[in-house]
Design a protein around this ligand. Structure first.
Ligand code: HEM
Length: 367
């Protein structure tokens, strides 16, 4: 089983790291108005994550002193690190006078613009802090968040806000076979994969040193009406995405990695990749070169009130300017054929500071 280091002099792990199989994502709201409480929380979270990614317990599971409470909850004992990464994000609401942070707010950190087809629920949106734990074992990811939520509570600094547990990564990394989302389509075929692309589109290159090699994390909880989708003809589903379901090939080609030809017309003069196809609207060729790194996961919330399968996509993207996400979502929200089957119900934007250097902690430069 693989271990990803927590400390480093580049971006945090969990951004361009090849997507692990499972995610536990959680956001938090501050419960105290002091900068010191925030500082202690970030330091304790960092120290705990450094332990967790090695597969180590955070403190004792069974204390020797009779009558004392365990520090680590224990359910990951005996499990290996399973490629765990935990990525800390900071919401716009953290950079206020309350914590003396107004002047330090990263330049593009602000609530996301209202976007067409938004159906956002406040209880699934926002947050002062975010934690993205990803691992190849769901119990390892869950344990990490549980221990970190416990630290937030015991320091009195923050309380939980909203959470999504996801499975079956729905975005490919380099050398990974393209996985599928819950609509049964390959997801991540045309994603960012190599270091030069990450440098150009993902990592922040401007501003003070402590912002450089950071990134902006967009999180959208997108409900997918999978029961409706399953009644649709597959030929129609292919038109929705502009790709073939089984092979993943663009409708203009035959193999998965063929470059889509957005000009190609059929014998009747109709565009082969329709005007409303998801990939036409999202492709960089049609968006002045805008590209984002997608790192999404499938999720399920069980059944809804009508006994229907309640599931969707925990869409996560990383980019060095959240306006890039907004550009794409403005177009998708207005015209995407997919809109008939999806609904954006949760949303958050977080600044992801660079990794901490050994002996320090994430966000140390803020204080
Ligand atoms: C491509 C699914 C939401 C941006 C794709 C592909 C699929 C897909 C199957 C084609 C394979 C690929 O290249 O990855 C979905 C589903 C969504 C969703 C099921 C919602 C439930 C979004 C959102 C955005 C987005 C919200 C950004 C605002 C993109 C981009 C591409 C893409 C940039 C690559 C287009 C290209 O260059 O060809 N998506 N997507 N998607 N999607 Fe989505």
């Amino acid at each position: 089983s693989h271990q990803w280091p927590f400390y480093g002099d580049h971006g945090q792990a969990g951004v361009t790291t090849p997507p692990q199989r499972h995610i536990m994502f959680m956001t938090f709201d501050m419960t105290t108005p002091t900068a010191q409480a925030l500082q202690i929380l970030l330091a304790r979270w960092s120290a705990a994550i450094a332990q967790l990614v090695q597969g180590a317990a955070v403190g004792t599971v069974e204390p020797s002193r009779i009558g004392s409470v365990g520090t680590d909850t224990g359910e990951a004992v005996g499990l290996d690190p399973a490629s765990l990464t935990v990525t800390i994000g900071m919401g716009p609401s953290l950079f206020t006078d309350t914590y003396g942070l107004t002047a330090k707010c990263p330049p593009h950190l602000r609530p996301l613009a209202a976007l067409p087809s938004d159906n956002l629920q406040p209880e699934l949106s926002g947050g002062d802090l975010s934690l993205q734990a990803c691992a190849d074992d769901p119990q390892v990811a869950y344990h990490a968040i549980r221990v970190l939520a416990r630290i937030a509570k015991s320091t009195g600094a923050a309380q939980t806000r909203w959470t999504v547990m996801g499975f079956g990564r729905a975005s490919a990394g380099k050398d990974q076979e393209t996985p599928r989302n819950l609509f049964g389509f390959k997801d991540g075929t045309r994603n960012l994969v190599d270091a030069s692309e990450f440098n150009q589109h993902v990592w922040i290159k401007e501003g003070p040193a402590w912002q450089q090699s950071g990134s902006y994390q967009v999180v959208r909880k997108i409900k997918m009406n999978i029961e409706n989708w399953d009644t649709d003809r597959v030929s129609d589903q292919n038109q929705v995405f502009g790709r073939h379901k089984l092979s993943g090939a663009p409708l203009s080609g035959t193999r998965e990695f063929d470059t889509p030809d957005f000009h190609k017309k059929d014998t009747e003069g109709e565009l082969v990749i329709p005007a409303t196809a998801h990939i036409r609207l999202a492709a960089h060729e049609n968006n002045q070169g805008v590209r984002i790194l997608r790192r999404s996961y499938n999720y399920t919330d069980g059944l809804n009130h009508y006994g229907q399968l309640d599931a969707g996509l925990l869409f996560i993207s990383y980019q060095n300017d959240p306006a890039h996400f907004e550009t794409l979502q403005r177009k998708l929200g207005a015209a995407d054929a997919l809109n008939e089957y999806i609904s954006h119900i949760g949303s958050g934007l977080f600044f992801v500071p660079p990794a901490a250097k050994e002996g320090s902690y994430i966000g140390a430069e803020l204080f």
